[in-house]
Design a protein around this ligand. Structure first.
Ligand code: AMP
Ligand code: MG
Length: 404
């Protein structure tokens, strides 16, 4: 890991590297397949069978020999899905067959029922010129012994189908990080309260809990700590004792009541950085607690403005949580042309802006008043990064949009 003076403002990539290098694995558990969605596989899954397990008809029709396609064919049996054929197809013979049924010995193609004509007397005729084989060969999708899914795969619905088809009904998955969330701020009231004239509702607590859930981790919301030593210290101690990761929002800037960094230090949380060259999100803090020889607990102090909290979580915390589960998180990125030129004056930081997909496959910036403007984010399709050092991105430039 690189060493930086604590007061240095880190490039985002350096901060990212420090965070990702710190991630540790938490162990594994088996879960029922119907609870496995979004969990991360902890072992390779190997097939115990060929798939398809037999030569399978892809169509409703007649199984026959390609050499006999010009001739009248006699139907010798009917094969539904789920039954074994009883006869072998000989010259000028066919078996009526259903989609998913076992193709009988002797047949090398299945002609679609739509391209046949009944000649009476249990005979049919092929009415088209040529046909596909319409046979899915045994083992053509998956061979017995193949690694079908790899450790680190985040299980989605299609992976559930593969696991089910292999009989893997209790996959081994990574334990989920437990994440404690603390909202700091003397101005905060819980969302079910009516704020007084000087107050605002705590939106970060629930926002972060939702983001943690979207990263397949387990959130515990500790509620609000007022900007006092006693309130933050008490809640932090409890959260460190009960979680693998603690996220604090607010209180990391330079104001008189921004106490979080000092309180983290007092609790023996070793701060690995305290500032990042990203907008929003400069005062982001990251540290590790090794209290009492237990597993380390990782602490993120995120700036309190809701857009900052959201974006820093997406950029830093989400990939970290997935890495703790052994999954290499990659955001969804699409490339689009910029509809209108974007300019800015200060260029020291990477700057993330909310954008929407416009017509003509383009992308456009939206009205955005800064990091408190959470409803701009709720209307956005994605985030666009203006990298440090860049003052302008011209209309028509193809840009990468990180979908949110
Ligand atoms: P801070 O990072 O504590 O200086 O807070 C920056 C801004 O974010 C202030 O305007 C706060 O009122 C606001 N803020 C802090 N915490 C929250 C929260 N939990 N929910 C919504 N807004 C917050
Ligand atoms: Mg505050």
């Amino acid at each position: 890991m690189k060493n930086f003076a604590k007061s240095t403002i880190l490039k985002f990539d350096d901060a990212f590297e420090i965070v990702m290098d710190s991630a540790r694995r938490l162990g594994t558990e088996r879960v029922e397949i119907d609870r496995a969605l979004n969990r991360v596989l902890a072992e390779d899954v190997i097939s115990d069978i060929d798939i398809p397990p037999f030569n399978k008809s892809a169509m409703d029709g007649f199984a026959c020999r390609r050499a006999d396609l010009a001739n009248e064919l006699t139907i010798i049996e009917t094969i539904p899905a789920g039954s074994l054929p009883e006869k072998t197809i000989g010259p000028n013979q066919c078996a009526k067959i259903m989609t998913g049924a076992v193709v009988p010995e002797g047949a090398d193609c299945v002609i679609m029922v739509e391209y046949t004509e009944s000649m009476g007397d249990n005979k049919i005729r092929f009415t088209s010129k040529d046909t596909e084989d319409n046979i899915r060969l045994k083992g053509e999708d998956i061979k017995k012994g193949d690694v079908v899914l790899r450790a680190g795969c985040k299980i989605s619905a299609q992976h559930i189908a593969v696991l089910a088809s292999l009989g893997c009904t209790k996959p081994l998955v990574a334990l989920q990080p437990r994440v404690g969330i603390i909202a700091t701020g003397g101005e905060l009231v819980e969302p079910d309260q009516k704020p007084a004239a000087c107050q605002i509702r705590n939106s970060n607590g629930l926002q972060l809990a939702a983001q943690v859930a979207s990263a397949a981790a387990i959130a515990t919301n500790y509620g609000i700590a007022a900007d006092t030593q006693v309130a933050i210290d008490g809640m932090l101690k409890k959260a460190i004792a009960e979680n693998d990761v603690v996220i604090l929002s607010g209180g990391v800037s330079m104001g008189d009541y921004d106490l979080v960094r000092g309180i983290l230090r007092k609790n023996n949380v070793r701060l690995l950085f305290e500032k990042v060259a990203v907008k929003p999100g400069r005062p982001t803090v990251f540290g590790v607690s090794n209290e009492g020889g237990r597993n380390p607990v990782f602490c993120f102090g995120l700036p309190g403005n809701p857009v900052s909290t959201f974006i820093v979580f997406e950029l830093l915390v989400k990939p970290f949580l997935f890495k703790m589960m052994g999954h290499n998180f990659k955001p969804n990125v699409t490339h689009r042309q910029l509809e209108r030129t974007i300019t800015r004056k200060k260029t020291e930081r990477d700057s993330w802006l909310p954008v929407v997909f416009a017509g003509n496959d383009k992308v456009a910036s939206i009205e955005y008043h800064g990091s408190a403007h959470i409803n701009a984010l709720s209307e956005a399709d994605g985030l666009l990064c203006i990298p440090a050092g860049v003052a302008e991105i011209k209309e028509g430039t193809t840009v990468a949009v990180r979908q949110i």
